[in-house]
Design a protein around this ligand. Structure first.
Ligand code: DQA
Length: 159
């Protein structure tokens, strides 16, 4: 089985009580419960802590599912961290960020493998599905058995 890390960014610890009309009523604990049998999960409200966790994921995880919260919209440090590591990152959002305010563009979109946005808590499960498919394609034997190849893998990059 591939090793996957799910990272939740700022304010996602408030899911369930935070703007339920936009983010639904599922709490972060409930989302983690759905994922935790399959993956490691981590939440932080701090940009640097998330960046440290991305750096530390090298050689330990085959893919990362990342909901960066509002960092998505302005954090070039986060973008550079994603670009700096060989581990493929799948960007997820509960809400459809493209259907919301104009500032909710993604500055990390050019350096992630793909984006899933707008399916509520299911965005994480869809992200996990994408992560497992990417890991299996990159290293079929490893994804099926042990996980976390140390071999850097080619990443799609825009210039
Ligand atoms: C979010 C969307 C962001 O615009 C917002 O700042 C969040 C949550 C989402 O999951 O829909 O914190 O990433």
């Amino acid at each position: 089985m591939a090793k996957v890390l799910v990272i939740h960014g700022p304010n996602l610890n408030l899911l369930g009580q935070r703007q339920p009309d936009i983010y639904g009523t599922t709490t972060l604990a409930e989302i983690d419960r759905r994922l935790v049998a399959l993956v490691d999960t981590y939440q932080s409200n701090h940009e640097g802590a998330i960046i440290d966790r991305l750096h530390a994921a090298q050689g330990r995880y085959d893919a990362i599912v990342l909901n960066a919260g509002a960092l998505t919209h302005y954090s070039y440090s986060l973008r550079d961290a994603i670009a700096a590591i060989p581990v493929p990152v799948i960007e997820v959002h509960l809400s459809n960020i493209h259907a919301r305010e104009a500032f909710r563009i993604s500055v990390i979109a050019p350096v992630v493998r793909g984006q899933i946005s707008g399916f509520g808590a299911d965005s994480y499960l869809l992200g996990l599905r994408a992560a497992l498919a990417i890991a299996a394609r990159a290293d079929p034997g490893r994804a099926a058995s042990g996980g976390a190849s140390r071999r850097p893998r080619a990443r799609q990059r825009r210039p």
